[in-house]
Design a binder for this molecule. Structure first.
Ligand code: TEU
Length: 532
């Protein structure tokens, strides 16, 4: 259908947070065999690829984003043979597998770091970032950790500090050292050789730090209630020009294998984000576009961010959209259950590769986590200002039975309150459910090239209503999204013979629409304009 396009341009990615998807061995934590068991669900849903958050050997201080061995599976998740079985089973069902690659930092338990901290002159010393104390004592400079406090940890064995952008158990690797680069390329080759279809690279804009270790400037816009690291502008710790050379090297490694995808996790304003496509598109294929995670839920704001993003893409750079992930509040929590259906239609009708966060297809809520059940180290370090990430990581809600079918044991995080009614089994049987909306939209995307790869063109916008075209050859679709709970009306172009293909309210599917289309509250429509 799409000729020579790479597979990810028309694909839909589904993010699995493996601890919370499906437990197969009754320890209350999800695992690889659990994912394998649930592949039929993903096929029925209609996604093309899964990205699995880290499954590698780890002390789990940051739930897998602290890796102690890049080429082994953590026993909590299973074994290498479980992994091989998962990849084979996914591929047999036409589902691609994307792994999480965490290059910026390892665990302090990684053999490389254990060696590095052992002595000042050991061969791995320069694999991490070691500095003397400041002349008067104390940390070498003012750099702050994302998870609170100084980014420097004093190590008494050698009386130097090491740098950690996140937890002190997550020392940053030194990407200015070519041996580190080579070791990490070998890690990529290991998994690529096992047939994985790509990687999502964690905090890739962090890889290179200022060679002179200059202090970061104060952030004049900082205010209380924001995470403490935002008191400084990360001028000398992130998004340095040299990072693009490192990424180009990683990309060349990916390209040693055919048809593999490199996604970069990058939180930056759009004009700096798009630089990560790289010179001559030799950077990451998809720099994750997180603009929808923070946008005000207002049609004009959304339209202008789409316009800004579309207008900033480099020639040939393929767009992508993200509505939720394991670090940010759930979409249903942000905009409410009803608007979550409109958000789903937005995500799946914009131009570019969408990533669905597990459970958003059920409208899973943002869960309030009581103090005793907090697991997230970010919340523990910086309590009480709402940075906690547990609330968007609660177990997948499969059925009305014990623990929602997620586990036979006590789940590692509590289930959301609504699991008895809001679960896959229940929603799959209800034609009007958000789950079936996701399924219908995914099917329509697959059948309609205008939706998956067609052009985007704005049609109309006011505070309440957002409308845009998706077009390819003689296919013309109009997407109309009502961002309010009040009815709206929209005049179509003259002479249109229009038919509703998908409504967020299933009962309107197939309805013919006259010159003026009415949209009920919290409704979104995909309208076929070419049909006669
Ligand atoms: O997150 C990167 C990141 O930018 C975080 O600081 C994010 O802003 C934060 O979680 C607040 O929402 C990645 C991973 O996705 C996250 O889970 C890890 O904890 C972090 O890197 C360190 O590896």
């Amino acid at each position: 259908m799409n000729g020579s396009r790479p597979w990810w341009e028309s694909a839909v990615i589904y993010q699995i947070y493996p601890r919370s998807f499906q437990d197969s061995d009754d320890d209350g934590i999800g695992d690889l065999n659990g994912i394998t068991e649930r592949l039929p669900y993903l096929v029925d849903l209609g996604v093309d690829a899964i990205w699995i958050s880290p499954i590698f050997r780890s002390p789990m201080k940051d739930f897998g984003y602290d890796i102690a061995d890049y080429i082994d599976i953590d026993p909590i998740f299973g074994t290498i043979s479980d992994f091989d079985r998962l990849v084979a089973a996914a591929h047999a069902r036409g589902i691609k597998v994307i792994l999480d690659f965490v290059p910026n930092h390892s665990s302090d338990q990684h053999a490389w770091f254990v060696e590095s901290r052992g002595s000042r002159n050991n061969p791995k010393r320069d694999w991490y970032i070691w500095r003397d104390p400041a002349p008067g004592g104390g940390p070498p400079n003012n750099w702050l950790s994302e998870f609170g406090g100084s980014a420097w940890e004093f190590d008494p064995t050698t009386a130097q500090y090491y740098y950690h952008a996140f937890l002190n158990s997550q020392p940053d690797l030194n990407w200015r050292n070519p041996q580190v680069v080579e070791a990490m390329r070998e890690v990529l080759r290991f998994w690529l050789g096992k047939g994985v279809d790509g990687f999502r690279a964690d905090v890739i804009w962090h890889l290179i730090k200022d060679a002179q270790f200059r202090d970061n400037p104060l952030n004049p816009d900082y205010h209380a209630g924001r995470p403490p690291n935002e008191a400084l502008v990360p001028l000398y710790t992130t998004d340095l020009p040299e990072v693009h050379d490192v990424i180009a090297t990683l990309r060349r490694t990916i390209d040693e294998f055919p048809n593999r995808l490199l996604i970069g996790e990058i939180y930056l304003p759009v004009e700096r984000l798009v630089a990560y496509y790289g010179r001559d598109l030799g950077g990451v294929h998809l720099p994750f576009n997180f603009a929808l995670l923070n946008v005000r839920w207002d049609a004009r704001c959304i339209q202008s961010l789409i316009a800004e993003y579309e207008g900033s893409l480099p020639e040939g750079g393929w767009p992508n959209w993200v509505l939720g992930n394991h670090d940010r509040p759930r979409i249903a929590g942000r905009v409410g259950a009803r608007q979550a259906t409109v958000a789903a239609m937005l995500l799946l009708t914009l131009r570019g590769t969408p990533t669905i966060y597990y459970g958003d297809e059920l409208g899973m809520p943002q869960v309030d986590i009581s103090r005793e059940r907090v697991r997230d180290p970010f919340e523990r370090n910086v309590p009480g200002i709402g940075v906690g990430r547990d609330g968007c990581r609660t177990p997948m809600q499969w059925e009305a039975g014990e623990n929602a079918g997620f586990t036979a044991a006590e789940p590692w995080l509590p289930l959301a309150n609504d699991w008895r009614s809001n679960n896959v089994a229940e929603l799959r049987g209800d034609a009007r459910s958000i789950l079936n909306l996701y399924r219908r939209l995914l099917r329509l995307r697959k059948e309609t090239p205008a939706l998956s790869v067609g052009a985007y063109r704005p049609y109309a916008v006011d505070e309440d209503l957002l409308a845009y075209y998706r077009e390819l050859n003689d296919e013309r679709l109009l997407i109309v999204l009502n961002l309010t709970d009040r009815p709206q009306a929209l005049k179509l172009e003259e002479g249109a013979h229009a038919k509703i293909l998908v409504s967020t309210r299933a009962e309107r599917d197939g309805e013919r629409v006259p010159g003026i289309v009415t949209i009920v509250g919290d409704e979104g429509l995909v309208i076929d304009l070419a049909s006669r």
